[in-house]
Design a protein around this ligand. Sequence first.
Ligand code: NAD
Length: 363
Amino acid sequence: MKSLTRRTALKQMGIAGSGLALAPSLFATDRLPEDRKLGVALVGLGNYATIMLGPALKETQHCYLAGLVTGTPAKADKWAKEYNVPQKNIYNYETFDQIADNDEIDIIYIVLPNFMHAEYTIRAAEAGKHVICEKPMALTSAECEEMIAACKKADRILSIGYRLQYERHHQEVMRLGQNKVHGPIHLIESGLAYRVRRPGIWRLDKEKGGGGAIMDLGVYCIQAARYTTGKEPISVTAQAYTYDSEWFKDIHETVMWQMEFPGGTIAHAVTSYSTYVDRHFVSAEKGWFECQPSFNGRGTSGRTHEGPMDLPQVSQQATQMDDVASSIKEKRSPLVTGEEGLTDLRLIEAILSAADNGRKVML
Ligand code: NAD
């Protein structure tokens, strides 16, 4: 995949979005970044770090893989060889806080199971490092607030791994939706679901994953409804279903929900750990646009009622990490801030409350 620079990408798509509101000022400066590439330490060398983030760090222009945090020495050796990471920049979960003394590491990227996000984000900020934390930001909105406060106190940037805000088709969806190119939006239908059945997996454990598919996958649909409309929902209704009680003891197997936006847009979404869905469809007054496949990390395809969106695939993760690194050098906010993650956690809490109580929740 060929990666585009942030400026080129934003120029080509004709917007410089802040994700939710179109805010050209964020990327409109011509300030030149420092020469030095910033050092990123990945914390947790599991699937996402291995398949996506490591390879993306070979493409980044403003940062590179400088450090590793892992509890598995064999993984540390393998990664150190492949990415040329010196032994002194390799930590485990006991020595993590010593990163404070390492000037080669500027950004700590938390790629751990959800229940560890808050603790490691706060410890990273206390070590004086900027933080990128994977989605969902944390298990609760209260944890998100603590993470934001810790980064503010340490005067460090906090960003969330919402890679799709850097993906060209999703940026086009933001442009079409927020600018009402095909008229006001009346209906959004989104879904992200895949089948998960593995003994011992943290995603199926409420204490570790935070509540199943809605936390893991549904959060993409919440994000997409917000950045398609550029608005915040005013109410939610929701329904939850569990048929496979052998695997789903204290989390919902499938959740469907509806978000009502000011002006009359209704977003209907579904997430599940039992079936396969990956689409984002938007119906406007004079036409429609959609991404399918939409949210997965391997590639998005988009079209409108007029035909295919002819857009390149970019490395979302490389563009995302480069934006965070540039934002640090340029002393500005990254495209995705911690507040984005907090807003989504508050919405997840409202959706689960609506599903559990069978009542509309006003926001
Ligand atoms: P994973 O299970 O493959 O990796 C988790 C890593 O954490 C493993 O290396 C594991 O050894 C380590 N770990 C350390 N302490 C642990 C503990 N106490 N229990 C369990 N694991 C522990 O998970 P993943 O799929 O890489 O997901 C990691 C994070 O990244 C999650 O928050 C997930 O939501 C997020 N993610 C984001 C995307 C995206 O597209 N942005 C994609 C996949 C995953």
